[in-house]
Design a protein. Structure first.
Length: 160
């Protein structure tokens, strides 16, 4: 049995093999009826519903979403921008970056750069404006952007 540490320090959730199987099924189709999931896992519907609620309360399951195609989302142009920051300004930069709706994700990394920032916009012109806005944030020392030409695959299911 492997335990997963949750953000809240006072909470510790143990993931069983059944939990891992459940989470794998739910990542493939979160709309699968609980009764169907219970049958597949060989447990009662009530027991499974209680476990799902515990996983939600424990922070293992953060929510249920819909994945849109790029065309549907109207964000046809994506780029990944590397950013180097002045370490003293990191909290302020992070807050300002988080407020930009074009930013899809931010990853803290090791090495010469501090962040990888995934941006998306409707057009290359709008994307360029967003990258320029990043460069204007105090504490951002330098950036380097790489426009996505084609997505080969996008894995959205996490290995457990």
């Amino acid at each position: 049995m492997v335990a997963a540490r949750i953000e809240r320090e006072d909470l510790f959730v143990e993931l069983t093999e059944k939990d891992r199987q459940l989470l794998a099924l739910m990542q493939k189709n979160a709309r699968e009826p609980v009764a169907s999931l219970a049958r597949q896992l060989g447990v009662s519907r009530t027991a499974l519903q209680e476990r799902i609620q515990k996983l939600e309360a424990g922070g293992i399951i953060e929510g249920y979403t819909v994945r849109l195609t790029k065309a549907a989302a109207q964000n046809a142009v994506h780029c990944f921008t590397l950013a180097a920051l002045n370490n003293k300004s990191y909290p302020d930069v992070s807050r300002k970056i988080k407020a930009m709706p074009s930013i899809q994700a931010v990853y803290a990394i090791t090495g010469e750069w501090d962040l990888i920032i995934h941006l998306a916009a409707e057009t290359l012109e709008k994307l360029n404006r967003e990258v320029n806005a990043l460069n204007e944030i105090g504490g951002v020392i330098k950036t380097a952007s790489h426009v996505v030409m084609e997505t080969k695959f996008n894995r959205t299911i996490y290995a457990l």
